[in-house]
Design a protein around this ligand. Structure first.
Ligand code: G5P
Ligand code: MG
Length: 235
């Protein structure tokens, strides 16, 4: 276990299936960081049948993006219950912001504690053929967001979460037609954020390419340590 010496305020960007959730899980464990995933939060709302969940469910199942105002409300209320989102701490965001409007809101008063801004925006670049194969085999444990893949990282017991033993599910939006729509949304709405953050400051955006999450994580881990330093702690 180790901790970062300087605050890392990280956003992971990348097309659906590029491994944002997978890299998030690994980074949180490796550097003991707090973080949130907007997709996981929405899926929990859907599972619990909240008003937001009911609103979001049909949008997600069509592969469209949830409108910015609802997304900001969801993220703001989630962050209100967490106390780590300050400029002095390290934290990681998976999946939010994902439009220019959301990026501007993150810098604004609505999400005031985050105003020191992101200082490390990671763009995951994975070939499309690799992504399509992953999605067909994905399973998730919705309460925790834990991820599995039938070939890459299968659960120890088929269909069950390794930690709780609860059932795993497939994501409704992993249907091939919906997935194509999500890829389209990514190119239209989220990829332009890379330019937005490039214009914010030299070196904030860092792109990393690879066919597998193992190849990408090795590079990402090295880059995080290079940028933010680490203190290894005795366990
Ligand atoms: P999400 O949930 O954020 P996406 O579409 O951005 O969804 P997704 O699908 O969650 O992204 P990922 O996190 O990039 O993909 O990828 P992952 O889950 O880690 O990896 C995919 C699979 O491949 C997993 O099964 C994993 O185990 C496996 N895998 C990983 N690495 C490898 C490897 O090297 N090899 C192999 N073989 N397998 C591997 O958002 C969902 C929806 O919510 C709404 C939108 O409707 C969105 O479509 N939403 C928002 N809407 C508006 N604004 C926002 N900010 C929103 N956030 C969410
Ligand atoms: Mg994800």
């Amino acid at each position: 276990m180790s901790r970062l010496l300087r605050p890392a305020r990280v956003l992971l960007l990348g097309p659906p299936g590029s491994g944002k959730g997978t890299q998030t899980e690994r980074l949180l464990k490796r550097f003991d960081l707090p973080g949130i995933s907007s997709g996981d939060i929405l899926r929990r709302h859907i599972k619990e049948g909240t008003e937001i969940g009911m609103l979001a469910s049909s949008i997600i199942n069509q592969g469209r993006l949830v409108p910015d105002d609802i997304m900001t409300e969801v993220v703001a209320s989630e962050l209100g219950r967490r106390h780590w989102l300050t400029p002095a701490n390290s934290w990681l965001l998976d999946g939010f912001p994902r439009t220019r409007g959301q990026a501007e809101m993150l810098d604004s008063r609505e999400l005031a504690p985050a105003r020191a801004g992101l200082n490390f925006v990671v763009e995951l670049v994975v070939p499309e053929h690799a992504i399509l194969d992953r999605i067909a085999n994905r399973l998730v444990h919705v309460p925790s967001g834990r991820l599995y893949n039938l070939t890459y990282n299968p659960p120890k017991v088929a269909g069950r979460d390794d930690v709780t033993g609860e059932p795993l599910t497939r994501r409704a939006d992993d249907d091939p037609a919906v997935f194509r729509k999500r890829l389209h949304e990514y190119r239209a709405s989220t990829q332009p954020l890379v330019e937005f953050y490039k214009n914010k400051g030299a070196g904030v955006v860092w792109s990393v390419a690879g066919e597998t999450s193992d190849v990408i994580f090795a590079q990402l881990e090295t880059e995080v340590v290079r940028r933010f330093g680490e203190r290894v702690e005795e366990t």
